[in-house]
Design a binder for this molecule. Structure first.
Ligand code: F6P
Length: 522
């Protein structure tokens, strides 16, 4: 059965939210905190050690209830169940959407048509484990009999961003294998990556769900030529090349042996695929046990998402807050700022996850929507952003909600650095919320003995404040916690798309550019 099809603007909850917006759009968050001493606790969600404080938002109890009512009215519960039970919710491509099956630690059956997909999932995971252990231990040899030292992931979009982000984020847990990622069709990118590599000891992992993507195939062919030009033969390819794909025929045409193919399925969207064999580069870089922990973290979030009541549900609450700003305040963008240098690739990863999913302008009936859909996601790591774009968030004319992501402990345990990092983390959220009034600036200049500057500087030093943010805190950046964090944003994206009444799991918007590029090439 298809997803319910309902224009969200026709719901009672939407009308109530419009009224609530008119009444409360300029609500002073400081007053909300004064009125309710328990606000911080009340507006904080928990899943084990993962806490999400959403108290610094222009939301009062009334608004929050209407947001929850919106989720009820469009029957979000039904949408979630349909995803988890393998319904064809990617209608335009006639596919189920089952990234949750890839990390289904309960191993309870998940059916697509009559087929329990868990059997194939478990087989592929076992194959990834066996192969990655063989490579890491040095038992899998390159074509001249030497152990592998370097792994190159060749893929783009979901076949690159997920594994790249996870390998980078979890580099603390990495083994001796060096990881490289080639995505762009820019030949300089390819040459810069392979120039130092030894073809004898390098494993190339070609990742393409379709195995028709121009970038990936061009890059893979260039590398194959380079490999063959170094004295290797066609026969040697089986030692140094493996592929991840659904398109077994095309992989065979490329010259990769059948037992070197790791399968995936059409019910895994590219941007949701790092949990599948697309994560092979993750297993190779971190070892299978760490990959398994990543899956466990995501599974725990899946369970929470599926079972927690809406008002306690982390992805749902984050999605509703986002809709509140996007559709009522008409903010266009959201900033995501992880306070961990390890998460440098997190925002580029999230950009595909969110923007390729929800950048749609027709509803599930094929009619143009008369409301805003996908958010623009941007950001980078703190504290770097404080010296870059935060000026605009603090004092610019736009209202830009922020997600701050932080960890209680650093991995190397350097307390001095970590205390300073986290002091900045909390200070940014506080500064956005508190602001600085005219009176405060006045007093500050006076106290600093700068009375003579008051007339000149006063307006420039005022911070309007009352700017919204969520604060997401985990104990430390572990594989399990990263799994939880990624799954949080995956489900947030699902909820937004569901409520906006769009299809989040196709991506026809990338096709026109591809077609025209072929014409330009000709
Ligand atoms: O894995 P493939 O088939 O090469 O596709 C790569 C990427 O291209 C897209 O289809 C479009 O950008 C993404 O959704 C996907 O992640």
């Amino acid at each position: 059965m298809a997803l319910k099809n309902q224009n969200p603007t026709t719901t009672n909850a939407w009308k109530n939210l419009q009224e609530s917006y008119q009444k409360n759009k300029n609500v002073d968050m400081k007053k909300l905190f004064l009125q309710d001493v328990n606000r911080k606790e009340k507006y904080t969600l928990k899943l084990d050690s993962f806490t999400v404080d959403y108290s610094k938002n222009r939301i009062n109890d009334e608004t929050f209830d209407y947001l929850l009512a919106l989720a009820d009215e469009v029957d979000l519960k039904d949408g979630i169940e349909k995803m988890f039970t393998g319904d064809i919710i990617n209608v335009t491509e006639n596919r189920a959407v089952l990234h949750i099956a890839l990390r289904n630690k309960s191993n309870s059956p998940v059916f697509v048509a009559e087929n329990n997909v868990m059997d194939e999932v478990n087989d592929t995971l076992q194959k990834m484990k066996t192969f990655s252990e063989k490579v890491i231990s040095g038992n899998h040899k390159g074509y001249t009999g030497k152990a592998i030292t370097d792994v190159v992931n060749i893929g783009i979009g979901g076949s690159d961003l997920g594994p790249r982000m996870v390998v980078d984020a979890l580099q603390y847990y990495k083994n001796h294998l060096k990881s490289h990622f080639i995505s762009n069709i820019d030949g300089d990118h390819v040459m810069e990556t392979i120039k130092e590599l030894n073809p004898e000891t390098t494993l190339f992992v070609i990742v393409s769900k379709t195995f028709t993507t121009q970038e990936t195939l061009t890059n893979a062919e260039t590398i194959k030529k380079w490999f063959l030009s170094k004295g290797a033969t066609q026969q040697d390819i089986q030692h140094n090349f493996v592929a991840v794909s659904t398109n077994l025929e095309k992989v065979a045409e490329f010259g990769i042996a059948a037992n070197n193919i790791f399968t995936m399925w059409d019910w895994v969207g590219g941007r949701y695929s790092l949990w599948s064999a697309v994560g092979l580069s993750i297993c190779l870089a971190l070892g299978y046990d760490n990959f398994d922990q990543l899956l466990t973290g995501a599974y725990e979030m899946d369970q929470h998402f599926r079972t927690a009541s809406f008002n306690q549900n982390i992805p749902i609450v984050l999605a509703l807050i986002s809709i509140w700003y996007n559709n009522f305040f008409e903010t266009d963008a959201e900033v995501v700022i992880p306070y961990s240098q390890y998460l440098t690739q997190f925002v580029p990863y999230l950009q595909q996850g969110s923007m390729e999913s929800n950048g749609k302008s027709v509803d599930r009936d094929g009619n143009p929507v008369n409301y805003q859909t996908g958010n623009i996601i941007w950001g980078n790591t703190g504290t770097n952003v404080q010296h870059a774009f935060m000026q605009l968030v603090h004092q610019g004319t736009k209202l830009i909600p922020v997600d701050f992501i932080g960890f209680k402990q650093s991995l190397y345990g350097n307390e001095d650095h970590h205390n300073k990092l986290m002091a900045n983390f909390y200070a940014q959220a506080e500064a956005l919320y508190q602001g600085k009034t005219k009176e405060e600036v006045h007093l500050e200049l006076k106290t600093a003995g700068q009375q003579d500057k008051i007339a000149k500087l006063l307006p420039f030093k005022i911070f309007e404040g009352n700017k919204p943010s969520n604060t997401l805190v985990m104990d430390k950046l572990s594989p399990k916690n990263l799994g939880k964090l990624i799954a949080t944003y995956e489900h947030k994206t699902f909820v937004q798309g569901y409520i906006w009444n769009i299809y989040s799991f196709d991506q026809f918007g990338v096709e026109l550019g591809k077609e025209l590029a072929k014409k330009f090439l000709a």
